[in-house]
Design a protein around this ligand. Structure first.
Ligand code: KIV
Length: 272
């Protein structure tokens, strides 16, 4: 009897590469908990990112800097338990991969042990290129992330669109090509003009994933709390709100509160 698992329908690095080769668009949403991941998977979204944006949306920090590897492991496990088809990528959080390569491989490997099928790391340059190579050689698929990179927001001087000059576009392309050469299987481009993203997408073999980088990338990623209308502290211009979970939650909570206070909850059917 064959012990091989039936993984025919699950999204893998191969599927993601094929999206680009066949000119197909794909979708990615963030998720941070079991139920949300389960429903996103059921909806047919191709990839889930356990984004370090959870520092803001789930934990209430002002930036992504608030979250570390231990928290990312907990959220990654919860998400991974919820999915069947969708490919789960976990963000490597601030300072979990910059000190040295062995620590970065250990941290990346732990996210894989938690159920991620790949990790995302921000930025480029010599150290990151070497790290992408070593992670990939260790069996840890890597998604790169260029353009606006939130973990570098203090170095970049805040939330700013990147790649606005010809020189900046060429720099991003040089970094992107080096990440591709090092083994990254996909690349998130965040907050760059769409012509910049188009140019980079056309000059890479690997798929690009737009996060506010326009219409010409292979995939699109958004933060689930923006899509569901849940997080309201700030909403980026490029995010599209498909629902109003904030109002839904407030409405449900108000009705529950009123029913408790009026004695309408619990009813005779809701007791033992
Ligand atoms: O942490 C995050 O949510 C991200 C974005 C690319 C969606 O990195």
């Amino acid at each position: 009897m064959s012990t091989a698992m039936n993984t025919a329908k699950t999204v893998t690095v191969k599927t993601v590469r094929k999206f680009k080769d066949e000119g197909k668009k794909f979708s990615m949403l963030t998720a941070y908990d079991y139920s949300t991941a389960k429903y996103i998977d059921e909806a047919g979204v191709d990839m889930i990112l356990v984004g370090d944006s959870l520092a803001m949306t789930a934990l209430g920090y002002e930036s992504t800097h608030g979250v570390g590897i231990e928290e990312m492991k907990i959220f990654t496990k919860a998400v991974a338990r919820g999915v069947k088809r969708t490919m789960v990528i976990a963000d490597m959080p601030f300072l979990s991969y910059h000190t040295d390569i062995p620590t970065a491989i250990k941290n990346g490997g732990e996210l894989i042990r938690c159920g991620a099928k790949g990790v995302k790391i921000e930025g480029g340059g010599e150290y990151i290129n070497e790290l992408v190579k070593r992670l990939t050689e260790s069996g840890i698929p890597v998604v790169g992330h260029l353009g606006f990179t939130p973990q570098f927001m203090h170095t970049l001087g805040g939330y700013r669109v990147q790649g606005k000059t010809d020189e900046a576009v060429e720099q991003i392309l040089t970094s992107a090509k080096a990440l591709e050469k090092a083994g990254a299987f996909a690349l998130v481009l965040e907050m760059v003009p769409e012509q910049c993203a188009k140019y980079i997408t056309e000059n890479l073999q690997i798929p690009t994933i737009s996060c506010g980088a326009g219409r010409f990338c292979t995939g699109q990623v958004l933060v689930c709390d923006d899509v569901f209308g849940k997080y309201s502290d700030m909403t980026p211009k490029f995010a599209r709100k498909y629902g109003d979970m904030k109002s839904f939650i407030i409405d449900c909570a108000k009705r529950f509160d009123a029913d408790v206070k009026s004695g309408a909850f619990p009813s005779a059917n809701e007791v033992f």
